[in-house]
Unconditional design. Structure first.
Length: 135
């Protein structure tokens, strides 16, 4: 079975009261291990991007997010291992629970301008300046 040529991925810029954004560090043994990224993941077949994001935030961070609390912000498009990645970034300022690194090596709250100093996956990089302009 051939994979879909487009890989749709969703991610969240969780923004705290100090305009900092939560990043997670990819775990050892995974592709791009050690890099800092926006939490999120793949959209499964038959799943809306918003439903995928809510599911991923629950699985990766242990937080609950209402559909009404996520807003589309921007996107990135990149070639990735023979497929085309479409990364949809949403902004979220309200959630229930305290984010925990359930599927990552660590978490950190940073301002967008501080993200330039962190190693990040190539598809996430173009989102940093756009996110800074939005916040």
């Amino acid at each position: 079975m051939n994979k879909d040529p487009i890989l749709m991925v969703v991610a969240a810029a969780l923004v705290d009261g100090n305009s900092r954004v939560l990043l997670q560090q990819r775990s050892p043994g995974r592709q791009m291990a050690g890099l800092w990224e926006f939490p999120g993941g793949k959209v499964e077949k038959g799943e809306s991007p918003e439903a995928a994001l809510i599911r991923e935030l629950r699985e990766e961070l242990g937080i609950d997010v209402d559909h009404s609390r996520i807003s589309p912000a921007t996107f990135a498009s990149a070639d990735l291992e023979g497929r085309h990645l479409l990364l949809l970034l949403y902004i979220c300022r309200e959630w229930r629970g305290e984010p925990e690194a359930l599927d990552a090596s660590g978490l950190q709250w940073v301002r967008p301008q501080e993200m330039h100093a962190l190693p990040m996956p190539p598809p996430d990089r173009p989102l940093v300046d756009l996110l800074g302009a939005l916040l």
